[in-house]
Design a protein around this ligand. Sequence first.
Ligand SMILES: [Zn+2]
Length: 300
Amino acid sequence: MRGAELREVAPADIRRVASGSDAASIVNALTIDVEDYFQVSALAPYIPRGQWDAMPCRVERNVDVILSLLAQTGSRATFFTLGWIAERYPAVVRRIVDAGHELASHGYGHQRASDQSPEHFLDDIRKAKTILEDLGGCAVVGYRAPSFSIGHRNLWALDCIQEAGYRYSSSIYPVKHDHYGMPDAPRFPFESRPGLTEIPITTTRAFGRNFPGGGGGFFRLLPYAASRWLIGRVNRIDRRPAIFYMHPWEVDPDQPRVTEADAKSRFRHYINLHRTVPRLRRLLTDFRWDRVDRVFLSNP
Ligand SMILES: [Zn+2]
């Protein structure tokens, strides 16, 4: 299947911005991929997963920093949480749910979907859903693959996500990147399988290609004004809600350094960590934010 053949969700199927409404009234979706600094895919070659339990953990403290910023600005978000983290830090899961945020799944063990067999992948995403629903006491309907690792070569993963009972996925990034991407996928939510909505991270279109516009390393690398301009442009020109993503370790300048990592990965991981909190505060003030299910699903 070609990306261009994937059908965009019909306007009636998703909550659309009323035509003629002011761009400033658009509510965007904020997402946080809950994993620790030593689980990031780019650093994975330097930290065997057998050592995870021995690493100093920072995720609980970092999620608390984000929860407090969200509370201060009256914002809600979706937390795509690893089953591995939820099992070890159940209090984190409870704090997310108690504050009114959406608990969603980032799978169990943070292996790229593209590195797994369909059987292994299905087990991983089922296991995470069960753990999160038990600990959170709520239905978990959203899933995001580690490192946006669903593309042309493993579209079977969408069948697994549907089979595991999720209602939406946010795993395909319609950009060209050295680690992920499906540049010809639709830029806005589309039905990838019957009953399964794919919600791509925000991009902006210029010079005939898509540029990433929804957080990640670009939020730290480029000046804040770039993110504000990109999100504003999607709201104003495309008249669509944006979807933005970040990680708890991005608000933590004091995290232990993985000195063995290659220079490019270290640059991407450590650049401007001290700028994330003030930038996030501005982002939460300059735009309105809510959970993915409320922004994009017709019956959340
Ligand atoms: Zn991740």
